[in-house]
Design a protein around this ligand. Structure first.
Ligand code: FAD
Length: 500
């Protein structure tokens, strides 16, 4: 049922109104709700979530072994101690979020099966109107709000990205993308080929290897993997002497961040030595007779794509045991029985898993307009990569790609709450980022530059993302260690925020 409501000019009748509308009930949406309750008490809010439950990524992905590749001391919230292993399964993350919803009384604010389709800002009404599909009732529902907080993640949840490989329709076996893992998937004693060598492949292969006849990781080019014991020595020591969970969380988090700071710095300043150390690590696990040069030596410097963690070296163990193997080659075509490679070799297989990534989606596939004008975010400048030039009363969460996503979600949440309180103190209702005179001639730079981070899912869609500039507050550094100082200290009266 479609509603004939003009969303642009006035406050629509019959809408459900909240001070803040949060889109998404994943780790970022729950974080936004926590900060709002603590830092802006009294503001009403709702979380609108397409899926039937919370968790976002950790609910969407159901493939074997699904786990984080960040440690949970930094991927978990700053405000809720993590008490499990360093790397966690999706179930462990969902349990943690489930507890957070109860502890913070957030559950009652979530509307599940509510898909936000359109978001329209009206300058006259000084509010957003969201047209939402309620999948429970099949109706369209209207929500209005003063501030819109997009916590929709960075990719389309309904389906993953599969390149158009030649001859796919000829293959007589099963082709599966990990993001839409079939419930009836049976791979017992089957030959399996996994295309890709990112974190998903590194998770799937050890989780499936023992049950398959054989599993092959087919990669076009190698990835950096590093094996890490799935425990923290610091945590074990603190636990032994009876330190509280809150203190352990803070100390282990600080310890991990200090190490990450060194690795990030070295990935820029000392990349050759870091590269050699990572490759030596793979060699140590795989043995001297394994061709590490060919299969585990990437051509890019470390951290230009995510470093794939291998907890307790499980991927390497699978390869050493002979249950799993790696092929570095290119796909010529799919065939009836498998994949013909550019080298002329053929991989015969029963199942092909395309661990080929995500479909990036800048704003949860929501259509945006401001006073009737369609918003194209590629034409906007990111304001601290939290807000957008020309778009009033709106923020989004785009986390870190190198460090844990949540570290930035937390910084963004603190910033938005500070901004909302600042607006209340000023007695204004609207805030819109605008370029200052001195910013008008800025050269637009891509949202993420290729030399900073060049993962395929970003590069494929970077043209749809907002621009960045060469000066604050238009820079998108993706650097936690500078932003943890700059975002909390950001000047809200620097002339780039227009209040009305
Ligand atoms: C398999 C996998 C493993 C990952 N591991 C890590 C990791 O270890 N460390 C790390 O830092 N990052 C990791 N990431 C990135 C990960 O997506 C984020 O870290 C984090 O979970 C994102 O949380 P989020 O809440 O911002 O977004 P999401 O988890 O993507 O959740 C967004 C929510 O918004 C909802 N939504 C979207 N559009 C709409 C709409 N129009 N209307 C209503 N609801 C909507 C979605 O249904 C979803 O529930 C991983 C990603 C994947 C896919």
């Amino acid at each position: 049922m479609s509603m004939a409501v003009d969303l642009t000019n006035a406050a629509p009748q019959g809408a459900k109104h909240f001070d803040v509308l949060i889109v998404g009930a994943g780790i970022s949406g729950i974080d936004a709700a926590y900060h709002l309750q603590k830092e802006c008490p009294g503001k009403s809010f709702v979380l609108l979530e397409t899926q039937e439950t919370f968790g976002g990524t950790w609910n969407t992905h159901k493939y074997p072994g699904i786990r984080s590749d960040s440690d949970l001391f930094t991927f978990g919230y700053g405000w809720k101690p993590w008490e499990g292993p360093l790397i966690a399964t999706a179930d462990e993350i969902l349990n943690y979020l489930d507890d957070a919803l109860d502890e913070q009384n957030i559950r009652e604010h979530i509307r599940y099966r509510h898909q936000v389709e359109d978001a329209s800002w009206s300058s006259k009404a000084k509010q957003w109107s969201l047209r939402v599909r309620d999948d429970e009732s099949g109706e369209e529902v209207l929500f209005t709000g003063n501030f819109l907080w997009m916590c929709q993640g960075y990719y389309r949840h309904s389906e993953g990205y599969t390149p158009d490989f030649p001859g796919m329709d000829q293959f007589q076996g099963r082709i599966v993308h990990p993001q839409t893992w079939p419930e009836d998937m049976d791979y017992t004693d089957r030959e399996v080929v996994v295309i890709g060598s990112g974190a998903t492949a590194a998770t799937l292969i050890p989780a499936m290897a023992d049950d398959t006849k054989h599993i092959t990781m087919l990669q076009r080019s190698p990835t950096y993997f590093y094996a890490l014991p799935n425990r923290s020595v610091v945590r074990d020591m603190l636990l032994k002497i009876g330190v509280s969970a809150e203190w352990i969380h803070d100390i282990v988090r600080s310890d991990i961040l200090a190490n990450q700071k060194v690795i990030t710095r070295r990935s820029f300043d000392d990349s050759e030595a870091l590269k050699n150390e990572l490759i030596a690590g793979a060699r140590m696990h795989l043995g001297l007779d394994f061709d590490v040069e060919k299969h585990f030596t990437p051509s890019y410097r470390p951290w230009r794509q995510r470093l794939a963690v291998v907890p307790d070296g499980d991927l390497f163990q699978g390869i050493r045991s002979g249950k799993a193997s790696v092929v570095t080659d290119q796909i010529e075509t799919f065939t009836k029985d498998g994949i013909l490679l550019k080298s002329g070799d053929e991989l015969t297989t029963d199942i092909i898993i395309t661990a080929t990534g995500f479909n990036m989606s800048a704003m949860g596939d929501v259509n945006f307009s401001v006073d009737g004008e369609v918003v194209d975010f590629a034409d906007c400048w990111g304001h601290r990569s939290i807000q957008f030039s020309g778009v009033p009363n709106m923020a989004w969460v785009f986390g870190y790609l190198r460090a844990s996503w949540t570290l930035r979600a937390d910084l963004v949440a603190g910033y938005i709450c500070r901004l909302l309180n600042h607006m209340d103190e000023k007695g204004v209702k609207v805030v819109t980022p605008r370029l200052r005179d001195e910013d008008l001639q800025m050269e637009p730079l891509p949202f993420i530059t290729e030399d900073n981070f060049n993962a395929g899912y970003i590069m494929r869609k970077v043209h749809l993302m907002p621009r960045q500039g060469d000066r604050e507050p238009w820079v998108h550094s993706q650097d936690y260690f500078t932003e943890k100082e700059s975002i909390p200290a950001a000047d809200l009266e620097d002339g780039t925020l227009i209040y009305q």
